[in-house]
Design a protein around this ligand. Sequence first.
Ligand code: ZN
Length: 367
Amino acid sequence: MTFRFYLPTQVFFGEGVLNEYGDFLGRLGRRALVVTGRQSAVTSGALADFEVLAKRLGLSLVVFNEVPVNPTLETVAKAVDLARQERVDLVIGIGGGSPLDTAKAVALLVPNRAVAARLYEADLPEPPLPLVAVPTTAGTGSEVTQHAVFTLPAKEIKKGFSDDRCFPLAAWVDPRYTYSLPLAVTIDTALDTLTHAIEGYLSRRSTPLSDTLAVEAVRLFAGQKEALLAGSILPATRRDLMYASTLGGMVIAQTRTTILHTLGYPLTYSHDIPHGRANGYLLAAYLEFIQPAEPVKVNNLLEALGMASLEDVQGLIRQLLPPLGKFPERELERMADLAATNTSSLAWTARQATPEDLLNMLRRSLG
Ligand code: ZN
């Protein structure tokens, strides 16, 4: 047995963790760009914690709070301009996946004197600025990955890039920063975590170690599904969902995501369905498709979920998410065609999917 497991991010986890383990930040720079969304850094309480820490460490903060829900390269370019203008030597991403992904791109582009459009090119030789991450949702796990995803309006797609140099040097993962999230966001992001764990577990790139983390993340989600259904989200639930999210990130840092995520992107891009929710709608059909290729693993997942069958998975999604109207067949075909162009995602999916298979998964979920 041989495998590679690479995860260079120092993870600090727990309630109040920035106060306890914040000193590491002082070693990384003197002037930091905080990359965040319009509200998350403030409402989560994370920015206030950073301000206290920065004062103590003698660090100055410049805040860029213009990252939208689905950022484009235009957003990245704006943040890069501010970083250059303010001569920052450190980037702090605070937020859900979008600000964290934007922070990664900014950290890489600034020392390379590159424009945002060059993000997807390989020739960015300079190492990124030191980068740290603080999640304010329990979903993406972006704080422990080398991946970032942006919307490309010209091509009407979401496109990811991955660079091992873009792993954050440190992640402060504090469940308290998710306490103020509305229930719908909590559910959507928890489903993102669940699909990271499940797709990673069923990916052709999975390893014994990533599988261990994936099953644990699924188990943690399962332990909180009653709380999600009841809408009673206590701190213990927040903690488990946050921990699961970071584990899910560690999984996809090894495996990346597969066809479920690829099928979900146009739901977000063209139909404004939040990322994790889009994945949730597709989950049961995806598992049904994979089952013949990986019967034992799908069974293990059902066991970790505390469920007897894939119908139970579909039942849980129906209870958790709002009902979805039927999509016209022509739109399903367009989305399947789009997914069929993502050859790497198809290659890592445990079962070879034909264009017809992709369309069928969409029909089962959305038709
Ligand atoms: Zn995701």
